[in-house]
Each structure stands twice: as structure tokens, then as C-alpha cells.
Design a binder for this molecule. Structure first.
Ligand SMILES: Nc1ncnc2c1ncn2[C@@H]1O[C@H](COP(=O)(O)OP(=O)(O)OP(=O)(O)O)[C@@H](O)[C@H]1O
Ligand SMILES: [Mg+2]
Length: 232
């Protein structure tokens, strides 16, 4: 679904990622880990040609997407739940969702299905999205991404700013269920325990590149690597 080869990312003259290679296969759930500033969001955005200037190869669903505009990459079946959610605060829950359907292909995900899967959003459909709790806002951002009919969902720190129970419900409840149904997931997280419980495979970013790519079990057991690069 995703194949990066020798990916680099720059903000102006500042290089944030260098020579990064990564493959994600259909049906995988992969945790993307790293300290603050390690480049998780930069990598997530680079996949969509959002934000940084990128070099190297990016293949999505087998297609070389270098230089493609974001909406065209997304149409291949990849959606981003951005860090900080990126909702329209002046719109209601239903309006935020409807907006997502306007420019998306039709598919298995409909407004009704999003409301069925996230009953909390159905209850709050007429509420302004600025009036939602952090957890509800995260559900809305995920629901909105699903309405673009993705096969690969990229989530950028969905647990950020949430109470532990809310974070657990989102990642081990909702995202885990989507992954079990076959959605491919790339999960950027700082919450190591949650990310490793969801994802059988983990990738650790540090020093502009990947310092670990393997089984989550192996990462969990590698205390010195965890201490050095994830600061736990
Ligand atoms: N728009 C930008 N312009 C310039 N530098 C940026 C920009 N966005 C990020 N950076 C820098 O790129 C590096 C990687 O940032 P990035 O946001 O990708 O890290 P992250 O792993 O997502 O961190 P966090 O866990 O805090 O979200 C940091 O040094 C950051 O300061
Ligand atoms: Mg980030």
C-alpha cells in the first residue's frame, strides 16, 4: 500500500528526514513512534505531499505519486487524521461530516454508517464541533477521514490531549475495530503502550531516519532502545 524509498523531507533549508525507506502492506497496523520533533507528523504529511518539501520515492497503492497534488493522492485510498484534528469549529458535527462526503467518491462509508459506528457522534450531530469533548472531536476527525473511503488510514497522535480512558477507547476500541475489519493503519503516537497494544509492528524515528522497524514485541523488550529514543 505504501512504499517509501530514500525519502527526504525539508522545511526550507532544514532537513528533517533523510534516506528513509518503509513499506506498509495491506492489512497491517504499524505504529510510528518517536520523540517530540522526531518527524512523525512530517512523515505523515509527506505521504500526502502536504507541508514539507520532499525528495525520494513515494509509492501509494503501487503508484509513484511524486509531485501529485494532495487530493489526487488521497483519491488512491489514503486518508489522514491530522494532529490537532483540523475540524471546522464553526460547523456542526453533521456539517463537518457532510463536507467530507462532498468531494469524496461514494463507497462503503456513509454518514449513516459513521453515526452507527460512532453513536456518540449521532447524539451530538447538531452540536457545534467546537463544543465537543476532546474524545468526541477525535471521533469526528476519524469519521470524516472514513467518509473519503480509505483503505489506508494515517492517524497523527490521536491520543494527544485526551484523558487516558478516552485515549484507550479511541485507539484500542475504535481504531482497533477498524483495523480488525481490514483497514490498514499507520498510527503516529507518543503513547507507547497504547500504540504497541494496537500495532503488531513498530517503526521508531530518530535522528532523521528509522532506528527500529520490527515486531512490537521486540521493541517492547529492547529497553535500551526505548530509553534512548522514546524516553520512557
Ligand atoms: N512547518 C514547519 N516549518 C519548519 N520546521 C518544522 C515545521 N514543522 C515541523 N518542523 C520541524 O521539523 C521537525 C519534525 O517535526 P514534526 O512535527 O514532524 O515532529 P513530530 O514527531 O510530529 O513531533 P510531535 O510528537 O511533537 O508532534 C521538528 O524539528 C520541527 O521543529
Ligand atoms: Mg507530530
Amino acid at each position: 500500500m505504501l512504499a517509501l524509498s530514500g525519502l527526504s523531507a525539508h522545511y526550507g533549508a532544514v532537513e528533517v528526514l533523510r534516506g528513509l525507506s518503509l513499506e506498509v502492506r495491506a492489512g497491517e497496523a504499524v505504529a510510528l513512534l518517536g520523540r517530540n520533533g522526531a518527524g512523525k507528523s512530517t512523515l505523515a504529511q509527506a505521504l500526502f505531499n502536504l507541508g514539507p518539501r520532499i525528495g525520494g520515492g513515494v509509492r501509494v497503492m503501487g503508484q509513484d505519486v511524486a509531485g501529485w497534488p494532495t487530493h489526487r493522492i488521497a483519491r488512491l485510498g489514503m486518508a489522514l487524521v491530522p494532529q490537532g484534528r483540523g475540524l471546522f469549529p464553526s460547523l456542526t458535527v453533521a456539517e463537518n461530516l457532510r463536507l467530507a462526503t462532498l468531494r469524496s467518491p461514494r463507497g462503503a462509508w456513509t454518514l449513516e454508517r459513521v453515526f452507527a459506528v460512532f453513536p456518540r457522534l449521532a447524539e451530538r450531530r447538531a452540536a457545534s464541533s467546537s463544543a465537543l469533548s476532546g474524545g468526541e472531536r477525535q471521533l469526528l476527525a476519524i469519521g470524516r477521514a472514513l467518509l473519503t473511503q480509505p483503505r489506508l488510514l494515517v492517524l497523527d497522535e490521536p491520543s494527544e490531549g485526551l484523558a487516558p480512558l478516552a485515549a484507550e477507547e479511541i485507539i484500542l476500541g475504535h481504531v482497533a475495530r477498524l483495523a480488525a475489519e481490514g483497514l490498514t493503519v499507520l498510527l503516529a503516537e507518543q503513547n507507547l503502550p497504547l500504540a504497541l497494544r494496537l500495532c503488531p509492528r513498530a517503526v521508531v524515528l530518530a535522528g532523521r531516519g528509522i532506528v527500529f522497524d520490527g515486531a512490537s514485541e521486540a521493541l517492547r523488550a529492547d529497553h535500551s532502545l526505548v530509553r534512548e529514543h522514546l524516553g520512557v
